[in-house]
Design a binder for this molecule. Structure first.
Ligand code: ZN
Length: 316
């Protein structure tokens, strides 16, 4: 029997809802901007958006829900444990949504979810060992090992964003300082650009990482310098992770991966600089092919894997 899925991708500054089949085909989707608010506000927004999507598509009756969570999630209990960027904590997402829609709900951290999507629908079909990184407003990571998601002892493996790349560096909301996320995620890229002497605003708006990537593509020297730094910070952290887990592929998703071509050269240079080369000869680094739909496909993948307990989903 074929299953259809209501997919919900909760992000730091937006959420997406979609109706998908279990092969990752997107039937309908919508995207809403949201300002960081309380957990109740986020849940109310998601429920309203999902209801609207279902009303507009009455022929489509999903029989389960998959959700991606920004920050720490517990797939076993269905709790959103913590989002370091917003102060949201301890929300029983699965219980709230299953009560509302009366179908089973499966949740996972967004990077874990996207790794499952790469394995099910993307570049990692048939690949058992890979590292997935999402670089957007924050940085998350997931480890796939022996064809299974690796959760670690407490369910939180793969937090690459909080590897220290600068000693006594910028304070991070996780409670320490110098984290990769503070230097290589979107807001960190803007800060690097400004520290190099770039201007944080244009006549029309505040500068963001996408804007700086556009300048770098046109060879603007400060923007190019900024993305050299991006290659350095990301490359250093990725090389360290590869020395540890020896993956076949590294897939980079999230908004900043859309500018991959701008910093690919610097990233590869730095990975070569910091990696144990003979141990990682055939490693391939590539951007995710999913673009902005990565989170929705991740949510659908969580539902598929949650229902069948595929690829070690929820095992720790
Ligand atoms: Zn941190």
């Amino acid at each position: 029997m074929k299953h259809d899925i209501l997919a919900i991708d909760i992000g730091g500054s937006k959420y997406m809802t979609g109706l998908l089949n279990e092969e990752g085909g997107i039937y309908a989707a919508n995207r809403c901007a949201c300002t960081p608010g309380s957990g109740e506000k986020v849940m109310a927004g998601i429920i309203a958006a999902a209801r609207l999507l279902l009303e507009k598509n009455p022929d489509y009756r999903p029989d389960c829900i998959g959700v991606t969570i920004p920050g720490l999630a517990d797939p076993k209990t269905g709790y959103w444990v913590e989002a370091s960027f917003s102060g949201i904590s301890n929300i029983p997402v699965a219980a709230i949504l299953s009560k509302e829609f009366d179908i089973p709900v499966y949740i996972d951290n967004d990077a874990q979810a996207c790794a499952l999507a790469e394995r099910l629908f993307g570049a990692c079909r048939g690949v058992g060992d890979f590292l997935y990184l999402t670089v957007s407003n924050g940085i998350g990571g997931a480890i796939f090992a022996k064809d299974s998601l690796y959760y670690g002892a407490f369910g939180n493996a793969g937090e690459l964003g909080h590897i220290t790349v600068v000693e006594n560096g910028r304070p991070c909301k996780c409670g320490k300082s110098g984290c990769l996320e503070m230097y290589a995620a979107g807001p960190g890229i803007v800060r690097n650009y400004m520290e190099l002497g770039g201007c944080g605003t244009t006549e029309k708006r505040e500068v963001d990482a996408k804007y700086i990537a556009g300048l770098a593509a046109k060879e603007d020297p400060l923007a190019v310098e900024t993305f050299k730094l991006e290659g350095y910070y990301l490359g250093k952290a990725i090389a360290g992770a590869c020395n540890l887990i020896n993956p076949r592929y590294v897939i980079i998703g999230g908004g900043v991966s859309l500018a991959f071509a701008v910093y690919e050269k610097y990233l590869l240079e730095n990975i070569r600089r910091f990696i144990y080369r003979s141990a990682n000869k055939e490693l391939k680094i590539m951007p995710s092919a999913f673009g902005y739909n990565g989170g929705l496909l991740g949510a659908a993948a969580v539902a598929v894997c949650g229902r069948c307990k595929k690829f070690g989903w929820g095992t720790f």
